[in-house]
Design a protein around this ligand. Structure first.
Ligand SMILES: Cc1cc2nc3c(=O)[nH]c(=O)nc-3n(C[C@H](O)[C@H](O)[C@H](O)COP(=O)(O)O)c2cc1C
Length: 213
């Protein structure tokens, strides 16, 4: 696949089919992502793959925590949208409207999909050591995009979501993530369920206003 095709084909998938992705393929995708550039080649990330039974256990507890009304608290501080700059606030409102225009009165689909971790078939969690440079977040963000583009190239869909990292203690219970590492991001992989209404969501970009020359 052409790189540019992959860039435009990638989009967030919010409900995956039950088709399993072999662990070897997930490892290949993570290996591709390891080609991401980083500050002085520091490669500050560690990846933890949840797959098979581990993933089932994480999902089971995640849905229970959501049902019990636990708000969650990610290792990296969560920021309410009113604290963001005006440009981001405008774009986030636009996103809300785009989502509502697709699922409208079925807005509960969104919560259900999130609570069930989008029926992900693999989730790759990315962590940084607590004692790291703030620049490492930049490197880790780049890693997530390389990972998703590699998945797209292989015909596998993905989503990067806060939902995956909001209960760090659940993740530490099921995966060997040390306490001195912060869980920063989670990326789900799977095959998109083409019948699911929530997967009709597509978002555009406010490109022109962000390019100054
Ligand atoms: C750091 C990060 C956190 C996100 N968290 C969520 C989330 O919790 N739930 C969700 O449905 N989408 C989440 N998204 C997906 C964004 O909504 C999505 O990337 C954005 O709307 C652009 O759409 P696209 O990915 O389809 O191009 C997140 C994306 C990023 C990069």
């Amino acid at each position: 696949m052409e790189t540019r095709t992959a860039i435009y084909e990638r989009h967030s998938t919010r409900w995956f089919t039950n088709e399993v992705i072999p662990i070897e393929q997930v490892i290949d995708i993570v290996s591709d992502a390891s080609q991401t550039p980083s500050w002085r080649n520091s490669q500050p990330w560690t990846t933890f793959i949840a797959h098979g039974e581990t993933l089932q256990n994480i999902k089971r507890e995640h849905v229970a925590l959501v049902s019990a009304g636990h708000q969650g608290k990610s290792d990296m501080e969560w920021a309410h949208s009113y604290t963001w700059g005006q440009q981001s606030k405008t774009n986030m409102s636009h996103w809300d409207n785009q989502v509502l225009s697709v699922i409208g009165e079925k807005i509960s689909l969104f919560g259900t999909a999130q609570a069930n971790l989008f029926n992900a078939q693999a989730i790759i969690y990315l962590s940084l050591f607590e004692k790291t440079s703030p620049w490492s977040v930049l490197d880790l963000g780049a890693f997530t995009q390389t990972l998703m583009l590699s998945a797209t190239d292989r015909g596998i869909q993905s989503i990067n979501a806060y939902e995956f990292v909001k209960y760090p203690s659940n993740l530490r219970k099921h995966m060997p993530i040390p306490n001195d590492q912060l869980i920063i991001a989670g990326i789900a992989l799977g095959f998109e369920d083409k019948q699911a209404k929530i997967n009709e969501i597509r978002t555009d970009r406010n490109v022109r206003s962000q390019i100054i020359y």
